[in-house]
Design a binder for this molecule. Structure first.
Ligand code: AMP
Ligand code: ZN
Length: 267
């Protein structure tokens, strides 16, 4: 699940309260390239009696393809992990500033338009820019902002500088966590999945709103063949579009490894 620590619409606490209302019993907050929402979410989870796993969705690339890697159950204060994530956040700030600069130049954003001021631990992502385009009246919907300005191939698109996925695996392992390939059904070439498995990937996200039954079976089998963890979730962002209000609709019965990670998070 995602919160305002990155591109979600609800605060970490609000996400957990909603997860509780939806009847979830074990959850993870996995904001993009940041762990800054975890303390608040964890506190809320424990006060409501939900098991909580520390998480973070790290953007990376493998064989030229953008790959999102879910880190779970790591030591939150690990210096290597934190310095890695700080670099990711700085890259995101620079990229977003470049997007805004280009969109102002073309007149698609007004001169007074500005992103929220950079804040340590908060990850800026494309939805923040979509919001500016909506506020400016340039687009009427998030999906239109993505279609016209924020998708690779758009004239003023700024690519996201990405670290190698194999390095993410190493950094997360050094922080005591596990690494799960997020939503592989997003047109991920098989050779990318194989390279990551070779690099020490621990699991595959099998259940996801973008996976139909066929993909779920395919990735469950692949995880089984390679003795990898199976995870699943809603990828909830709190947006009615893109992912939708999916909280509570996508879940798995957690295996012992996941239950163990949740226990590690006990305050
Ligand atoms: P970024 O990390 O800056 O590349 O932004 C990625 C985020 O953009 C994803 O987590 C989604 O929340 C959002 N996103 C990607 N594609 C779309 C889309 N077509 N419509 C709405 N949101 C999108
Ligand atoms: Zn993702």
């Amino acid at each position: 699940m995602h919160s305002t620590a990155s591109d979600g619409r609800l605060s970490p606490e609000e996400v957990i309260v909603l997860a509780h209302e939806k009847g979830l019993e074990l959850v993870a907050l996995t904001d993009h390239d940041t762990t800054s929402g975890l303390d608040e979410a964890k506190k809320a989870a424990f006060s409501l009696g939900i098991q909580f796993v520390l998480g973070c969705e790290v953007s990376s690339k493998a064989l030229g393809t953008e790959v999102h890697l879910l880190a779970y159950g790591f030591e939150k204060e690990n210096a290597g992990l934190n310095s890695f994530l700080l670099t990711q956040q700085e890259r995101r700030n620079d990229r977003a500033a470049e997007f805004v600069f280009r969109l102002k130049k073309t007149g698609d954003l007004p001169a007074h338009s500005s992103l929220p001021p950079p804040e340590v631990g908060r990850s800026i992502a494309r939805p923040h820019i979509a919001k500016l385009l909506m506020e400016a009246g340039t687009v009427s919907e998030f999906s239109e902002a993505f279609q016209r300005f924020l998708t690779p191939g758009c004239k003023h698109f700024v690519p996201k500088p990405l670290p190698d996925g194999r390095d993410v695996v190493d950094v997360v392992h050094a922080a005591g966590g596990v690494v799960v390939l997020a939503h592989p059904g997003h047109q991920m070439p098989h050779r990318v999945v194989l390279q990551l498995i070779e690099a020490g990937l621990d699991g595959i996200e099998v259940v996801h709103p973008s996976h139909d039954e066929g993909l779920e079976i395919y990735y469950r089998d692949l995880a089984f063949q390679h003795s990898k963890l199976v995870t699943g979730g809603s990828d909830f962002h709190g947006q009615p579009k893109h992912g939708g209000m999916t909280l509570g609709d996508y879940w798995i019965k957690p295996g012992p490894e996941i239950l163990n990670m949740a226990l590690k998070s006990t305050p």
